[in-house]
Write a protein of this length. Structure first.
Length: 250
């Protein structure tokens, strides 16, 4: 059950706490799905679908009643306006579809030896059959759902932090610092969602620095303009025969 109130009214805190609650709930729900129990997974999808009604555009309460035991705090309701409604469409739809795929197995006994060393007695080989493949896709869909909220929390924190290009008096700071961009700014230049930029950073394909305070569990990434240019050079494609121009593949 999600905590009944936020520890602060800060939008970042509300989104961060919800993201971590969601990560914990989805971990249990995916484990349940591997044991052919889908109740927890249905509940989490119901919560995220309800939460989506508070996302932009609009950011107003939907007509659906909140899922049982779920408490929407004012802080979280406000913070959810930082998320685009459509960013949740695909991962919610994917998870819903996987529930449908897994329903024929729900509650059925396992008729063969468990797969994997040290894995529970109700775990199946993820590569052995359609059920196992669906479970692998479920892992990915769950990660995408969590990523939407974690990235939104990071974006809110960045937007509340003064740019490195100016000091507290609003004057130009160190010229070298002005050569750094926020993930949201990089996303704008590349024409992709901020979530894609965070994914590129995590995969080490795009070099970034973490300017968060030492010991902080919440990274604050900055990308140098040179690192962005290097990334673009690596992603540059040969000239198209039809147009004679270079294309960048996302």
């Amino acid at each position: 059950m999600i905590p009944e109130r936020d520890r602060s009214d800060d939008r970042h805190t509300a989104l961060h706490e919800f993201a971590e609650w969601l990560a914990s709930e989805l971990a249990g729900a995916v484990t349940g799905a591997r044991s052919r129990q889908l109740g927890s997974l249905r509940y989490v999808v119901d919560v995220v679908t309800y939460v989506q009604g508070f996302a932009a555009p609009g950011g107003g309460r939907g007509t659906a009643a909140p899922p049982e035991h779920f408490v929407m705090s004012p802080g979280l309701a406000s913070a959810l306006r930082s998320i685009a409604h459509e960013d949740l469409d695909s991962p919610i739809a994917a998870t819903d579809s996987l529930i449908t795929e897994l329903e024929p197995y729900e509650g059925e006994p396992f008729d063969r030896k468990p797969f994997g060393k040290g894995i529970g007695p109700q775990t199946v080989d993820p590569d052995a059959d359609e059920e196992g493949q669906a479970l692998e896709r479920l892992d990915k869909a769950a990660a995408r759902l969590i990523g939407v909220f974690r990235n939104a929390a990071a974006d809110v924190l960045e937007s509340a932090t003064p740019s490195l290009e100016t000091d507290s008096a609003g004057e130009k700071g160190n010229p070298q610092e002005a050569d750094y961009l926020k993930p949201s700014e990089v996303a704008g230049k590349l024409g992709v969602k901020t979530e894609v930029v965070y994914s590129l950073i995590r995969s080490k394909e795009l070099t970034a620095i973490n300017v968060a305070k030492p010991g902080s569990s919440r990274p604050r990434y900055k990308i140098s303009k040179e690192a962005l240019r290097e990334f673009e050079r690596r992603r540059e494609c040969p000239a198209s025969p039809e147009t004679g121009i270079f294309r960048w593949l996302g």
